[in-house]
Write a protein of this length. Structure first.
Length: 394
């Protein structure tokens, strides 16, 4: 049985798209007779606090669904301060560096990027040890950091990040990118690099064999995920105009904006917005059967970014309202998955919400069925993995 190691900054029981994406990759490779192991930090995301079962521990080995998971110590933090975030990434990255340097590792290794420093240190060691490095790029850093205002152009951090970025692309054997924009960006600097599209398709344990719409006059829109600055959910709450419409907005998740959102909703009880907090993934998927439209917002159009929520919710037969621009907007529009408006255009957002409020139940049910059927055929994770294996990526 061929071995393969996956290096990631996130892995369940942590929540979120990154952890889910890496878990699905590990499980799908395991299903195809690879002996899969994962190297990651002690679980702490998204709260930035070690999960109870990992507190007081420096190193943990465990088996999760047949995957050998090895967890290294990390100084956890979800601070908005750049220096503290860097310290947190450093604490895991340097432990990872020495682990890879002195421990036995398989010939094939998947490295997740970002975090950029983690990818750089991993590939620095693995290229020296002549491993096959499969770089999985989910966002373009430092470009995304500039667009989010985290870095300044030509600052020391920016120049170092550019060096890291060039190094990991140059020294990886194969690159997987979650979007066409990522692959285009890499090919500009390294036109001969072997690059493959690897979308963040889901594989839900719970699926809706048929879609239904509740027979009432209220259409339920929801957001589920990280409540961070990049998503801008607080601003959506402030500018969403649904008080006079047959629309409700429901929020699931937690993050840096959680307290501000809760305080805003307490001060504005007439907004018809319901905050549910964090719910276990499988419970959330079951609950979403009662909802009608998924809002997927980004505060800034981030080049290369295609939120996995587009594919997650399509696979459940839930139409998408995309509020993020870029390639994600194109995917929603071209494939008839729902609605899309430009980033931060709240006039267009509210205009589209008013249109949605006029949709009849039968029309909404038909749209859900079209989205579900399209997703089954075109957003298939098993087919994607099999195609990559056939091409020799793994």
């Amino acid at each position: 049985m061929e071995e393969i190691l996956i290096i990631s900054n996130y892995y369940p029981p942590e929540k979120g798209a990154a952890a889910n994406r890496i878990e699905q990759l590990a499980l799908k490779l395991s299903d195809r007779n690879y002996a899969v192991s994962v190297l990651c930090p002690l679980a702490n995301y998204p709260k930035g606090v070690l999960f109870k079962e990992y507190q007081g521990k420096f190193y943990v080995e465990e088996n999760l669904q047949g995957i050998a998971v090895k967890r290294l110590w990390i100084y956890p933090s979800n601070s908005s301060g750049l220096l503290i975030r860097i310290l947190s990434v450093l604490s895991f990255s340097f432990g990872l560096f020495f682990y890879l340097l002195f421990k036995r590792t398989p010939k094939k290794i998947v490295v997740q990027s970002p975090p950029l420093l983690l990818a750089f240190l991993s590939i620095l060691v693995l290229s020296f040890k002549r491993k096959k490095i499969i770089l999985n790029v989910s966002d373009l850093w430092p470009m995304a950091a500039l667009e989010l205002g985290v870095l300044k152009v030509n600052s020391f951090s920016h120049r170092v990040s550019l060096f890291f970025e060039s190094f990991i692309y140059k020294n990886s054997t194969v690159v997987l990118g979650q979007s066409d924009e990522i692959l285009e960006h890499i090919h500009k600097s390294f036109p001969n690099k072997a690059c493959y599209l690897y979308r963040n398709y889901p594989d839900h344990q719970t699926s809706f064999s048929e879609v239904k719409t509740e027979k009432n006059n209220t259409i339920k829109i929801f957001y589920a995920g990280l409540l961070g600055v990049a998503q801008g959910v607080l601003e959506v709450c402030e500018k969403l105009d649904i008080e006079q419409l047959n629309i409700e907005f429901h929020i699931f998740g937690e993050g840096a904006e959680k307290l501000k959102i809760e305080n805003y909703l307490k001060a504005n009880p007439s907004k018809k917005i319901v905050f549910h907090g964090m719910i276990e993934r499988n419970d959330l998927i079951k609950k979403l059967a009662l909802f009608d439209v998924a809002l997927v917002p980004l505060k800034t159009r981030i080049y290369g970014s295609v939120p996995s929520k587009i594919f997650e919710y399509s696979a459940l037969g839930i139409p998408i309202f995309y509020f993020g621009g870029g390639e994600g907007e194109r995917i929603v529009k071209e494939n008839g998955l729902g609605w899309a408006v430009e980033v931060e255009d709240f006039d267009a957002l509210n205009a589209s919400i008013r249109e949605i409020s006029l949709i009849e139940n039968s029309e909404l049910t038909a749209l859900k069925k079209r989205v579900l059927d399209y997703s089954k055929t075109n957003f298939n994770l098993n087919n994607q993995i099999d195609n990559l294996i056939q091409k020799g990526v793994f």
